[in-house]
Design a protein around this ligand. Structure first.
Ligand code: SAM
Length: 276
């Protein structure tokens, strides 16, 4: 489908879309960069995509050009007329929903499983990510392609022993694979944020048998709540955790930051098995 659109900067000017700090608005205009982000999920032609925070529609354009059917949730009322123009240029391909993505029941919007692609403010992005990763498994989405501050992206993909390793890494990796798909320089945004960014790509994998998310969460909360302490101290508040660790051969003089995602999963399984 060959579609000619006015330059994004012109759209922004015509609709008076000055970037709002309160809404965490840092826009992307570089068509090539946006096309590269839209290629991260691989093969979006005729696929359903949920985009949260389309703003003036730069990434939305790239997703539509890749052939996706996009549902876009945007909180800023001012962006809606600009997005309606885009919807008119791609008839039947762009569904707009005005509202707060933290409040909307997104799974209910889809019959099948969408890819989720988003460039969001940091706090909203992390809250949504935690919700998406905590959903029933297999999840209601096919993949996540999300822009984060580089430091948050590193926390999501880090491994045991890395400075950035913690609860977010375990949550993101115990039943998914997570990788940094590309770094994005701060100068790519208008206005430029203070820090660098990166696009993270997450694909769900098989849910490990015999492990409850609640148990894993209690273990990681306790262990990383006192990350510099030995497990024999930090895991004390979780009844049965130290005995379970000893049973499966995890040395309790270790600290949380050295315990791999797989070891946390094993520990949660051993603890649940002991309680069954
Ligand atoms: N996607 C556009 C781009 O890449 O140029 C805009 C990105 S800007 C960083 C984030 C967008 O998310 C803004 O348009 C903002 O209004 C929107 N937003 C912020 N909080 C939101 C929320 N809770 N629900 C939906 N959209 C939100």
């Amino acid at each position: 489908m060959d579609v000619t659109l006015p330059p994004l900067r012109e759209v922004i000017q015509r609709h008076g879309l000055s970037a709002s700090k309160a809404l965490g608005q840092n826009f992307l205009f570089d068509g090539q960069l946006l096309a590269r982000i839209a290629r991260v999920p691989c093969g979006l032609a005729d696929q359903e995509v949920l985009e949260v925070g389309p703003g003036p529609g730069g990434l939305t354009r790239a997703l539509l050009a890749a052939g996706a059917r996009v549902t876009a949730i945007e909180r800023d009322h001012r962006c809606i007329p600009a997005l309606e123009e885009l919807a008119a240029a791609y008839p039947g391909k762009l569904r707009l929903i005005e509202g707060d993505a933290l409040e909307i029941d997104a799974p209910a919007l889809f019959d099948g499983k969408p890819h989720i692609v988003s460039n969001l403010p940091y706090n909203v992005g992390t809250a949504l990510l935690i919700g998406w990763l905590s959903s029933d498994w297999a999840p209601w989405w096919q993949s996540l392609t999300l822009m984060f501050q580089k430091e948050v992206a590193e926390r999501i993909v880090s491994s045991a022993g890395d400075d950035a390793y913690g609860r977010l890494a375990v949550l993101a990796q115990w039943r998914s694979t997570a990788r940094i798909a590309m770094p994005v320089h701060r100068s790519a945004f208008t206005p430029p944020p203070k820090v660098m960014s990166a696009v993270v790509h997450i694909l769900p994998s098989v849910m490990p048998d015999g492990v409850r998310m609640q148990t894993l969460e209690r273990l990681t909360a306790a262990a990383f709540g006192q990350r510099r302490k030995m497990l024999r101290q930090s895991l004390k508040p979780v009844a049965g955790a130290l005995a379970a660790a000893e049973r499966i051969g995890i040395d309790t003089t270790r600290r949380a930051e050295t315990v791999s995602v797989e070891e946390f999963v094993e520990l949660a399984r051993a603890l649940d098995a002991a309680r069954a």
